[in-house]
Design a protein around this ligand. Structure first.
Ligand SMILES: *Cc1c(COP(=O)(O)O)cnc(C)c1O
Length: 313
C-alpha cells in the first residue's frame, strides 16, 4: 500500500554509539520510529496502518478505541483521525483526569468517554461494544493498543523498510533486532517480516506472562508463520510503569551519550536490559544489532517531574 508523506519517507537508521556496546565489540544501530512524524509516530503508527486501511475499505465514519490517560495508542488514533479526516472516539480507563496526553486527545477532536476502572475491565465481555456501536454507528473498532493480526502486519512492513535504510549506517545486513514489548504485537510483526532471517529479542515492559507468549504464538499462527525466531526477556524492573533512580539516570546518560531520547516505560527499560545482556557477554563481539526505537515519548511528558525528583533525590 502507498503511504502519504511524511509516512512514505525512508526510515531513519542511526549508529548507536554507547561505550558499553563498544567495549564488548557490539555494533549498534537505532531505528528511529520516534522520528517518523512529530504527532503520529512510534510503533503505534505502524500498528495502525492496516487498521486504517480496513476502516477505509469499510467506508467507516470514524474510529473508536480504548486506552489509559497516558496511552500512546489513543494518542496515535487521535492524531491519525485528525490527519486523515476521520472522527475519533476514545474510551478511557479510570476517572476523568488531565494529562498532557488527554489534552492532545481533546485538542485533536477525539470524543472522550471515561469508563471508570470497573467499566474498563468489561471491555472483553461479548456485549461491551453494543451500546457504543449504537451510539457511534459505522465507526471502525480498533483493538486496545492497535493489536490483532492487522496490527502485527503493519509492523511486518518495517522489515523491508529497515533493510532499505541499512546503507545509512554502512551495513549490508544485521544479526539481531531488539525492541520493547508490551502485548507482543510489534514483536510478532517483526518475526513475520523476518520470516526466520534474523532473531528478534522482545524486552518485556511488564512481568513475563503466559498471555504475552500465547498472544505472540496466536498472531504468528494467524499469519501462517512458524512459532520461533524470537525470545522474550524480562526488562520490567519491578513492574510495568515503575521507575527508579537508576532508570532516571540511565535515560539522562543515554540521551547525552548517544543523542537518543528514551521513554521510561518501554524503550529505556529495553536499553537497560540490553546493557545487562551485553555486559554479561550474551551478545557475541561482532554482532550487528538493530535497536528498534518504538517511540512513546509523548507519554514521557507526564513522568518528567517524577524522573527529575528521582535524579535530584
Ligand atoms: C505500546 C508500546 C510498546 C509495546 O508494543 P506491543 O506491540 O504492545 O508489544 C513498545 N514501546 C512503546 C514505546 C509503546 O508505546
Amino acid at each position: 500500500m502507498s503511504l502519504p508523506p511524511p509516512f512514505d519517507a525512508p526510515l531513519i537508521l542511526q549508529p548507536l554509539s554507547l561505550d558499553w556496546l563498544q567495549r564488548s565489540g557490539v555494533e549498534g544501530a537505532v531505528l528511529r520510529l520516534d522520528l517518523v512524524d512529530p504527532e503520529l509516530s512510534g510503533n503505534k503508527w505502524f500498528k495502525l496502518v492496516e487498521h486504517l486501511q480496513a476502516a477505509r475499505r469499510a467506508d467507516a465514519s470514524g474510529l473508536i478505541s480504548l486506552g489509559g490517560a497516558h496511552s500512546n495508542h489513543l494518542h496515535a488514533v487521535a492524531a491519525a483521525g485528525r490527519r486523515f479526516g476521520l472522527a475519533t472516539v476514545g474510551l478511557l480507563r479510570g476517572h476523568e483526569q488531565e494529562t498532557p496526553t488527554v489534552s492532545d486527545l481533546r485538542a485533536w477532536g477525539m470524543q472522550l468517554h471515561w469508563l471508570g476502572y470497573g467499566g474498563y475491565r468489561e471491555r472483553n465481555q461479548p456485549t461491551f461494544w453494543e451500546p457504543w456501536q449504537a451510539r457511534y454507528p459505522g465507526f471502525y473498532q480498533i483493538p486496545e493498543g492497535g493489536g490483532g493480526v492487522l496490527g502485527a502486519l503493519g509492523c511486518a512492513a518495517l522489515v523491508p523498510r529497515l533493510q532499505a535504510s541499512l546503507g545509512s549506517v554502512g551495513w549490508s545486513d544485521y544479526d539481531v533486532i531488539w525492541l520493547a514489548t508490551g502485548t507482543g504485537t510489534t514483536l510478532a510483526g517483526l518475526v513475520i517480516g523476518e520470516a526466520g532471517r534474523h532473531r528478534v529479542f522482545g524486552a518485556l515492559a511488564g512481568p513475563p506472562s503466559h498471555a504475552v507468549s500465547a498472544g505472540v504464538a496466536r498472531l504468528l499462527a494467524q499469519a501462517g508463520v512458524a512459532d520461533g525466531g524470537y525470545e522474550l526477556l524480562d526488562a520490567s524492573r519491578g513492574g510495568f510503569g515503575r521507575f527508579d533512580k537508576e532508570l532516571a539516570q540511565f535515560i539522562l546518560a543515554t540521551e547525552r551519550a548517544a543523542g537518543v531520547p528514551l521513554d521510561p516505560i518501554y524503550t529505556a527499560k529495553t536499553m537497560m536490559a540490553l546493557r545487562l545482556y551485553v555486559e554479561r557477554g550474551y551478545v557475541p563481539a561482532g554482532t550487528r544489532l538493530v535497536f528498534v526505537h518504538t517511540g512513546g515519548l509523548q507519554g514521557r511528558r507526564a513522568a518528567q517531574g517524577q524522573l527529575q525528583k528521582l535524579i535530584d533525590g
